[in-house]
Design a protein around this ligand. Sequence first.
Ligand code: ADP
Ligand code: ZN
Length: 768
Amino acid sequence: MADSTPSTHAQPAKDSHPSEDVQATADKKLPAAAAPLIVRVAVLSPLRRTFDYLVPEELADSPPQRGCRVSVYFGKRKIIGLVIEQAASSDFALAKLKPIEAVIDIQPLLPEPLFKLFIWAANYYHHPIGDVLFRTLPALLRVGRSLPLPKQKKLWRATPLAIEHGHEMLKKASLYKQRALLDELLKKPLTRQSQILKFYTRGTLQRVQEKGIAELVLIGPEKVDLDNLLREQPLTLNPSQQQAMDAIDCHGFNTWLLDGVTGSGKTEIYLQCIEKIIRYGRQALVLIPEISLTPQTEKRFRDRFNSPVAMLHSGLTDQDRLEAWAQAASGDAPIVLGTRSAVFTPMKNPGIIILDEEHDQSYKQQEGFRYSARDLAVIRAKQENIPIILGSATPSLESLNNCENGRYQHLVLANRAGDAKPPNWTMVDLRSEQVESGVANTTLTAIREAIDNQQQVLVFLNRRGFAPSLLCHYCGFAAECPNCDSRLTVHRRRQGLLCHYCNYKRGLLHWCPSCRGDRMVAAGDGTERSEAWLKECFPDTRIIRVDRDTTRKKNALQEMFDTVDSGAPCILVGTQMLAKGHHFANITLVAVLDADSGLFSADFRAHERLGQLLIQVAGRSGRGDVAGKVILQTHQPDHPLLEILIHQGFNQYAKVLREQRQQSQLPPFSQLTLIRADAAHANNAENFLRLARQCAEAIMPASTQINYLGPLPALMERRNARYRYLLQITGERRSDLNYLLSKLVLELEKLPESRRVRWGVDVDPQEL
Ligand code: ADP
Ligand code: ZN
């Protein structure tokens, strides 16, 4: 892993013979008498440190500032680094330091508060600063491109001369093209050049310009016109919305947890806060879990405001990402809308951060730099001294706990806005029911009733494919993935078996490889199978399956949503893609085919997740005039947690879970960190973590304040042909853990065993 320590820096100071490298740098005229200026530079490297470089004499008057990119030699490679600070001295022999080759930015690329956020994040997550910086910057900046200038629009208009004499001047029949163009310009006062060039040649445009008939108007980056900010009128807030709105102070730092049931009008509050902020001349950063699943959110922002929205998400080209980033950095975009990594977008005039669906797991990066965008957003708001709103219908236990201990302000919207009523829940006991392809008889009857009444139905099953396993009828053999500890899923449409963890594919098995039996059975239910059965039961009704297999094509999801929004009766069958974001006005029945999968898991967050998922799915129904109905199919109709969730609601459910966590001293009542390691051989991963534990115990022995567990195999030990292990460190106080980890990671970097594994620190892990 650690392969690139530049030798010049690592040399001990006493070695005074100049090496060849230093000889080369001597030609560059190092600063003579004055104290040499040094810059500490972060580069993309797995090491948790910065590297010192000399500022050559010709740059001594304007040394690169903190936050500027520089080009430097790292070993033999020339790479791009970012200046972390200027310094007067170095721990390394000056003669051994290399000079920087070139300065790329005159102005810091990152504003100071954002820069501090990066440093804070690297320290908090114990991740190499270079990796933190370079993996979050837009790709084109990483390779040294400069920020694009604000885009200018080229518009054309008819001159006063043209208005008076244009037609006379162009009356010759052969000038019909120019005449047509003139007519267009007369009709529309300002026309985009790109629009004109769709129908006319550059020559035509040039000729009317030469005749003084048309003139070019260059318009700088779109400016926000505050008199004309709104494209539609805001809704009149209902009393509980108004109360929340009055509470939210748009000046200075404060964290608000906007805890409102689905459809309670949280988004309307976001929009009205953003309006206020824009009128103060500031920008709003809006973070959402996944843009492709929530096209409506983007639309609602664009429908409300006459102002540019900079979008930052994973679906962008590098160029688009760079432009959006620049638009946010320059302040030209008052609204910046993005997913997880957008928390690192620079803004000239930050005014508020809004983070919707704060409980959503996608805010936590699950590999490499394992940060939580939610937690960093709160830190960023604090550093920028601006308010932040975290919104959710099913808040995380962490955030609820932060309300309890006074760190966040709790705002509750208990009812749906407008007239929509809360859904009615019923349980279907799978133990006493006839079930076919995952659908119980009672459920089927309810679906039929809804369809007969011209209504729409959502059937939720969080397993894509036809069946979750392929079994031998005779010997019980199950087809497994060769790379992972998982069974292969049967996919009927693709005629094959697929691993959902590593994407391993193979053809269907018709013979058992173990006993040569000839009856292989697709066991269990996935969305494909339920869809097929529902098609049989309702041949005249539209059945729309929504999962990763059916939404691969661009716009496929949007087209499905459009079909549903058109209102005709239909049955949607899908995975948790349906639980997120989209509002289905006409769905009156939601059927959850399997409520049990989250009830018995070894992950201590499983119950929290289950409750969130069920409430989120249920929230899709009955947004229109008819009250919605939710059917929960379960083998555990008497499970006390399900009872609480259904009869007392998510808040009470969360309260019970919180008490359980407190009793067992699990997060958020203790601080949890994992050291993760994976390797092709299980021994390497396990050994490394055993050493890690010894190192850690030497720094801070186990006590009532700090507790070690492991090395343990991860919940899924083998994945993608690698064995995954973890060492669990629990601390009562964050400061203890932080101290321990900051020492520990430096020691682990030096261990030869660390080169045989991929390892990293996972602070506040979301999965085990
Ligand atoms: P949430 O974000 O909490 O799910 P939304 O803001 O999307 O809720 O609101 C749900 C629905 O209620 C939307 O159709 C919205 O237009 C409507 N709505 C929100 N606030 C009001 C209000 N004050 N008066 C009438 N309708 C409202
Ligand atoms: Zn696999």
